[in-house]
Design a protein around this ligand. Structure first.
Ligand code: HEM
Length: 655
């Protein structure tokens, strides 16, 4: 809050003047004392120098007292008396000096409060001076640096008035109406109104982003911009919006610019978004090459083994478990065993778990907004990133020293990779990629497994059908699961796919505009540099334009294929190879839980395999049902969409 205590004297009443102020009505009414309302109050400065305004700006003079006059006066240099300032560099002698107040750091939301009451020796009165204020206020002349900056310009959005006398009265407020919050440039997408400029729509978005975006879509159409904690996010919904965001050229918009501030602290430097884009694509190719059929064949028995061991802790014949946390713990075991390597899996009971936890604390929504803060969790994150790199380096050195090269894990595959220019992949890069894979696959797979089992627990008919499928295709519920026979379980696959439609763990994907502007040809909107582009499969995947009865959990839609979406999945760009194999799906598809284009997920096959193997094993082991009334609602407060608590499942051991 910039608290301007001005002590203005009433000026003579003037005839009504035409005003350029957007809030002229406010000041022309009984709004003698006005307050511009804001949210975050950052800077406080008070100075009562009691001098009268002297301004040579004739226009302002004619219009009566304006807010700029007040600010001029507030920041006017003040000559100090002969004995008021002594200088330490001049032998502490008194010097002639002036004192002037200027603003060092301006707040995101400016709240100006005019002094309303005047206290004399014998009486107190209400100050009735009219102050005119502009719709736009440029604070540049009042800042210490005097540097022009777009951030120095404020738009008026609210005024609070006091009507009445000293000891009685009413406060009334004028606030900008939603319809007035249109864009300044008509070629830019409409801007969603928000009451709090800096925070923007962060609160509505944070509580239920899907609902918020659907409401905006009804009001503004498929393209609109909303503000969130100082960031401008342009949402492009629908199949065309998906295509625009996912197919955007690398010199126009960038995922690295959108994510790297956060990810570089967790994955480490020179990998993924911290590497030049062509190097990152090579790194993606290494990872994809390590996720091959030969390895998958070895992974399935490992996953079955991990699941069996994990549930040995469920000693009672029946009980309940929390779906998300249980699968969080289980997936870290299966993924570590298959991808991270036996050494990391063995360390999960000790130091590795702590390192993972510390890194995970650096991979929260808050880190997306504030990538670095002087807080213990940020320090622990940085420390864990360093230690994880050291740990991988020691494992790599040991494997090399002992010629231990028969491992079916991703670590081994990366150790054997070479950049196109012939350089072997440095240990540091391998460590970074391993951490990235852990984070890419861990929460996404854990929450998808949890949602799938929750949906199935609500549908005993589907569980029966899934067991029947195993009996028909595998011979019995006792046949060992293998890569080849798990592939045959198509109903199970469709259950996972339907879960990913209704509960995509990553429901939105971001890019940042790096060109001067990008133009969405379909609507002709220009999206300026610095805005985030946001594709939201979480909205298109429940849009009735593409899916019949979209909120119904219906795995059979992937067999019947009579939803409009099924004609849209294959498109010209499905065959494009950005350097890690064909992407396999058109970016115009409304069903994109694994993204599309150059940033498409490379863990999809492993993800399905892991989730299917876990569910196939569990329905052999347990009868399950929901503990609560229905499938829990989504909780959007983490990096992925998790089931709201309680998300308990009742289990009963089968024979
Ligand atoms: C159910 C499981 C999974 C889901 C839903 C999922 C989802 C996604 C999505 C939506 C993206 C695109 C992000 C964007 O465009 O901004 C992505 C990218 C990626 N995912 Fe996955 N993922 C899953 C599992 C995995 C696994 C198991 C791995 C590793 C083995 C993995 C590794 C990656 C990588 C390396 C990228 C590339 C990021 C980029 O190019 O910017 N994911 N994933």
């Amino acid at each position: 809050m910039l608290d301007i205590s001005l002590g203005l004297r009433p000026v003579e009443k003037k005839k009504k003047q035409p005003s350029t102020s957007a809030t002229a009505s406010a000041s022309a009414s009984t709004a003698h004392n006005s307050k511009l309302l804001g949210g975050n109050n950052i800077h406080t400065a008070t100075d009562k120098n009691g001098r009268r305004i002297s301004t040579d700006d004739s226009t302002r003079g004619k219009q009566g007292n304006t807010l700029l006059d007040c600010l001029d006066r507030y920041t006017q240099p003040e000559k100090l008396g002969p004995n008021e300032y002594s200088c330490s560099k001049c032998g502490n002698t008194f010097q002639e000096a002036t004192k002037q107040l200027s603003i060092k750091r301006i707040p995101p939301v400016l709240s100006i409060q005019l002094k309303r009451f005047e206290h004399g020796t014998s009486s107190t009165s209400k100050i009735e001076t009219k102050i005119k204020f502009p719709a736009e206020l440029d604070l540049t002349p009042y800042t210490s640096s005097k540097r022009k900056d777009a951030d120095n310009v404020y738009s008026l959005f609210s005024v609070v008035n006091h009507q009445g006398k000293m000891d009685t009265g009413h406060y009334t407020m004028y606030a900008k109406h939603r319809n007035e919050a249109g864009p300044k440039d008509p070629r830019q997408p409409p801007v969603v109104f928000s009451w709090i400029p800096f925070m923007g729509n962060a609160v509505e978005f944070g509580i239920n982003p899907i609902q918020f975006l659907q409401t905006c879509q009804k009001k503004y159409g498929d393209v609109f911009t909303f503000k969130m904690v100082g960031k401008k996010v342009t949402v492009l919904l629908g199949a065309d919006g998906n295509q625009f965001v996912f197919n955007s050229k690398q010199n126009l918009s960038s995922a690295a610019e959108a994510y790297n501030d956060m990810t570089k602290h967790v994955f480490g430097r020179e990998v993924v978004y911290d590497a030049p884009h062509n190097v990152f694509l090579e790194q993606k190719r290494f990872i994809k090459a390590g996720l091959n059929t030969e390895c998958f064949r070895q992974h399935v028995p490992m996953i079955v083994d991990e699941v069996t061991e994990f549930f040995k802790d469920f000693k009672k014949p029946s009980g309940t478990f929390d779906a998300y946390h249980t699968f969080g713990s289980l997936i870290i075991c299966t993924a570590s065993r298959c991808l991270m390597g036996k050494e990391i899996r063995a360390g999960l009971d000790g130091n590795v778990a702590q390192l993972y936890y510390d890194l995970d604390q650096g991979f929260q929504p808050i880190n997306f907004i504030f990538s670095n803060l002087p807080l213990p969790s940020y320090r622990r994150r940085d420390e864990a990133c360093k230690k994880m790199a050291e740990l991988y380096s020691s494992i790599i050195q040991r494997r090399k020293a002992e010629n231990d090269n028969t491992n079916a894990d991703l670590l081994q595959a990366l150790m054997e990779s070479t950049y196109k220019d012939g350089t072997p992949v440095p240990d540091k890069h391998i460590a970074g990629m391993m951490i990235a894979v852990l984070f890419g696959g861990q929460h996404t797979s854990a929450t998808t497994t949890a949602w799938t089992l929750l949906e199935l627990a609500a549908r005993p008919d589907l569980i029966r059908a899934l067991r029947e499928e195993q009996i028909q295709k595998l011979g019995s519920l006792k046949t060992d699961l293998t890569f080849d026979n798990v592939k045959e379980l198509t109903l199970l696959e469709n259950c996972v796919r339907e879960t990913l439609r209704l509960h995509p763990p990553i429901f939105q994907m971001m890019r940042k505009v790096i060109a001067e502007k990008v133009t969405f040809e379909k609507t002709g909107h220009d999206i300026p540099k610095g805005n985030f582009l946001c594709a939201v499969p979480g909205v298109t995947q429940v849009d009735p334009t593409y899916f019949k009865d979209p909120l119904k959990y219906n795995p059979m839609r992937w067999v019947d294929l009579d939803d409009p979406v099924h004609n849209m999945e294959a498109g010209d760009d499905a065959d494009v190879d950005y350097g890690f194999g064909a992407v396999g799906i058109s970016s115009k598809s409304p069903f994109l839980p694994f993204g599309a284009g150059r940033h498409r997920c490379i863990g999809e096959t492993f993800g399905y395999l892991q989730i299917k193997t876990i569910i196939a094993t569990m329905i052999r082991m347990f009868d399950i049902e929901l503990e609560g009334k229905g499938v829990p609602k989504p909780d959007y407060t983490s990096m992925v969409v998790v089931p709201e608590k309680p998300a308990n499942i009742k289990y009963t051991w089968r024979e």
